[in-house]
Design a protein around this ligand. Sequence first.
Ligand code: AMP
Length: 419
Amino acid sequence: MIEAAKGTRDILPGEVARWQLVEQQARDIFTLFGFREIRTPIFESTELFTRGVGEATDIVAKEMYTFLDRKGRSLTLRPENTAPVARALIEHGLLRGAEMHRLYYIGPMFRYERPQKGRMRQFAQIGVEVVGSDHPAVDAETLQMLMLFLGRLRLGALELQVNSVGCSVCRPVYRDILVAALRPHRDALCTDCRRRLETNPLRCLDCKVPADRAIVDGAPPILEHLCADCAAHFARVRGHLDGLGVAHTVAPRLVRGLDYYRRTTFEVVSTSLGAQSALLGGGRYDGLIEELGGPPAPGFGFAMGEDRLVMSLPGDLPGLEQASGVFIVVLGDEAVAAGLLAAARLREAGRAAVVEPAPQKSLKAQMRRANDLKARFVLILGADEIARGTLTVKRMADGAQQEVAAASLVQALTELDHG
Ligand code: AMP
């Protein structure tokens, strides 16, 4: 038997309603805030990610699905979608004016990671990018939108944690301060952090190894070393969040894995999930577009793992598992044609209908099938009904049953909908 590749999985029809619900909520709420969808390719030139995400990041160093195509070009399955969106904006000349772009995307990403619960090699992200403004109100309003979305999904207790990682002026200064503080403890750090100390020392700040945490907690926090502009920016982001009533906490050790972040970074953590408690994260990336060869254009965005969102949904979320369709039970082969006609009439009236031509199956077996398909109504067509030109209608919620003339079927169901 050939199985799905390691780290990938099928989303079967029984599960798909939860995914569609999450995506529909995202589309509805993002649209309320003026965001529009963008769809970029699944694979890109490898160089886009080495430049845009950064050689020293875990993603580029060890997690990319990179391959040569038949002409020897190096291509990579997208591990994230901020760099591709930036590339698209540059390539199509959309950054020549001064206007803002509010974009969102929904789709699969690929990272060669060790699969575990909530961590896949192919996973879906829902993300948004606002490009063209570095105003702190952009950060705050985008976070307001995010928390509204998560609230609609009723994911339980969530905490929005914010931080600032400075800019190209103050971050290098802080980087030296951090390295100087950590270097005396180098031998006590984990192997990853020893490497990070040379390549990407800020990443030591969010190391999860307890012994490292104790050391890092003693290092000076970045918020005390921001330049005046970055400190003011962070204060204004927080001010706007307060003004919009968006609850948040400051997490001074919060840095993100990707090199391109400047100033605001944030994560939303679920206080009810275990090890993979970070539901999503993002931040400001004011240097990225220039790094990729575009004009100066600041940006702010986030990406959330849809797999984790779906996993965390409450079972009784409104909109899930609503019985809607009609299942038509045909008893005996002579009932099949009448069943098809009834289904056609229902669909014309906008009602989903299924007739399964298994006339030899017992009524009981067909009713079980209707139950499995979560039908709202069942129509029964047997020899008696055919002879009388009627159908027996059964409302599954309460078992209410009546015989109706074939010609008034649609109207009868409408009445039963409200009855
Ligand atoms: P990142 O692009 O690394 O900032 O990740 C953003 C979000 O995507 C994370 O908070 C997760 O929810 C999700 N995510 C990242 N990697 C994976 C993965 N391998 N499997 C499932 N979800 C992931």
